[in-house]
Write a protein that binds this ligand. Structure first.
Ligand SMILES: Cc1cc2nc3c(=O)[nH]c(=O)nc-3n(C[C@H](O)[C@H](O)[C@H](O)COP(=O)(O)OP(=O)(O)OC[C@H]3O[C@@H](n4cnc5c(N)ncnc54)[C@H](O)[C@@H]3O)c2cc1C
Length: 300
């Protein structure tokens, strides 16, 4: 069988797209390997009607909504290659292969944490990257901000809103100018340039950062940088155009430079957002994809 659309990724972007495809009665397959970035955390915040929901329950509920629509199938598998021939896409997975007219990349981001000993033990529990997602839960604490770029000042402004006290760590760089350093001094905000080499604490609660010069700085939580990209191996056979930052070039419908290949959610932004943004974008992109199908069918 030839699917009308295959969605790679069953997070909020992919499942919101799937819900719309189901309601549009389009033969659709969702392929997801259940390895989302937010699985390290216990609660998701800020999604209207779902505030505080465990990420796994959010996904289960979203998948249940989609199950009602018989045109959509969901499979637990990993996409390993996508190729295109004669206007059709061939999607190879670990366990099978499929053919489809359109593909939606809804894979989220590929994430890697900074090279700090033990960070995995605290990431998603008391160490986060997004103050809009988790700042409220970290309120009234002494919070580290770890970031080796100019963005550290931007984060300082946001995290100050939540914290009792902030401490800045530029992790081996000296990115701030004199005016910024003076402002921090005036506000009595400590600034460390040394590399952060480790985290200490227990049961997910970070209690100190270890610096390369042997100093330990006590903290009660942290917002750290993480690294993201969308250079997925399964896209290697497709000559997709990207901008200078590596972001997919897309038109106003969310279509990449390959006709019929769309992208939604965090993969589209090439930057982390929130569940509600990903879901909204997935739903809208599915409608744009269906519109492309309807145009073809109506005018042929
Ligand atoms: C620690 C942490 C805390 C967060 N807290 C919040 C919060 O409180 N509130 C909030 O709104 N947001 C929060 N977020 C952000 C939120 O998780 C994302 O914005 C959202 O999940 C992005 O949705 P998405 O559908 O684009 O991608 P994802 O949810 O990442 O889903 C992508 C899916 O694609 C699958 N996939 C990837 N590649 C393949 C492949 N080759 N084959 C098959 N499947 C594949 C993945 O396994 C995954 O299931 C948090 C994120 C993290 C990491």
């Amino acid at each position: 069988m030839i699917y009308e659309a295959i969605i790679i990724g069953g997070g909020p972007a992919g499942l919101s797209a799937a819900l719309n495809f189901g309601r549009g009665m389009r033969h659709t397959l969702v392929i997801d390997d259940h390895n989302p970035r937010n699985q390290v955390t216990d609660e998701s915040h800020g999604y209207l009607t779902q505030d505080g929901i465990p990420p796994r329950l959010f996904r289960q509920r979203a998948a249940n909504d989609v199950t009602k629509y018989k045109h959509v199938k969901q499979t637990d598998d990993r996409v390993i290659e996508v190729t295109k021939k004669n206007n059709l896409f061939y999607v190879a997975t670990k366990n099978s292969s499929y053919v489809t007219q359109q593909v939606l990349i809804a894979t989220g981001l590929r994430e890697s944490l900074p090279n700090i000993d033990n960070i995995e033990a605290f990431y998603g529990k008391s160490v986060f990257y997004c103050p809009w997602c988790d700042g409220y839960e970290m309120r009234n604490k002494t919070l580290a901000i770890i970031n080796p770029t100019q963005a550290i000042m931007h984060l300082a402004k946001i995290v100050t809103n939540f914290a009792k006290e902030i401490i800045l760590f530029t992790d081996g760089t000296d990115v701030l100018d004199q005016a910024e350093k003076q402002l921090l001094k005036k506000k009595q905000i400590p600034l460390y340039h040394q590399k952060v080499i480790g985290m200490k604490g227990q049961d997910g609660q970070v209690t100190a950062l270890q610096l390369e010069n042997g100093v330990e700085v006590p903290i009660e939580g942290a917002f750290t940088y993480v690294n993201w990209d969308t250079n997925f191996d399964f896209l290697k056979s497709l000559p997709i155009e990207r901008d200078e930052t590596g972001k997919f070039k897309v038109d106003s419908l969310g279509q990449t430079s390959i006709p019929g290949l769309f992208v939604a959610g965090e993969a589209k932004e090439s930057f982390a957002g929130q569940l509600i943004d990903a879901a909204a974008n997935g739903g809208m992109t599915a409608k744009m994809m269906m519109m492309q199908q309807f145009e073809k069918e109506f005018t042929k």
